[in-house]
Design a protein around this ligand. Sequence first.
Ligand SMILES: Cc1cc2nc3c(=O)[nH]c(=O)nc-3n(C[C@H](O)[C@H](O)[C@H](O)COP(=O)(O)O)c2cc1C
Length: 170
Amino acid sequence: MKKIIIQGSSRSKGNTFDITQALKEKLDCDYIDLSTKNIQLFDYEFKNQEDDFLPLIKELLENYDVFIFASPVYWYTMSATLKIFFDRFTDCVLKEKELGRKFEGKHMAALCCGSSEDEIDSYFIPFRESAKYLKMNYIGDVHTWKDSDEIDEKVIHKLQFFSNLIESQN
Ligand SMILES: Cc1cc2nc3c(=O)[nH]c(=O)nc-3n(C[C@H](O)[C@H](O)[C@H](O)COP(=O)(O)O)c2cc1C
């Protein structure tokens, strides 16, 4: 199965990036940084159809089976960058319905990076519920953190477990 990490952070090369690269060392997958794309807020009148969302989601749905969303913890939830991307799935549900149906049967996993080991109970609910709504298989998630230059050994172990979990879906 082809896998891709989809990162949404306000820092392209920040902590979440470091964690995604550590995961990439363990898991054969591609990587995309949503900050490199022009993705506008959801618009009920779909006035934003010329931005990068539709070409990107088409490419993802055509070429990948597993979407691994990666975001920092910002105010107990996902980054605005990633949330905007999720909001735009609505384009596929309301307008580009053929695309919307292509989510079905794909796999989703999620990773967050906070500043401490403390997990936020509700963090992954939007991921899990969105997967359910889109008829995707929710593989699971991992809370990570970075509070110094080096990645904590505990996080490295969690990433290995997460990677094995994703690989086991094959
Ligand atoms: C706007 C903002 C909000 C944050 N909110 C939280 C939070 O609610 N809980 C937490 O543990 N850390 C919080 N943090 C810390 C970040 O989650 C942490 O530093 C993370 O590793 C940053 O990843 P990044 O470099 O990819 O942005 C926040 C940081 C920022 C900039």
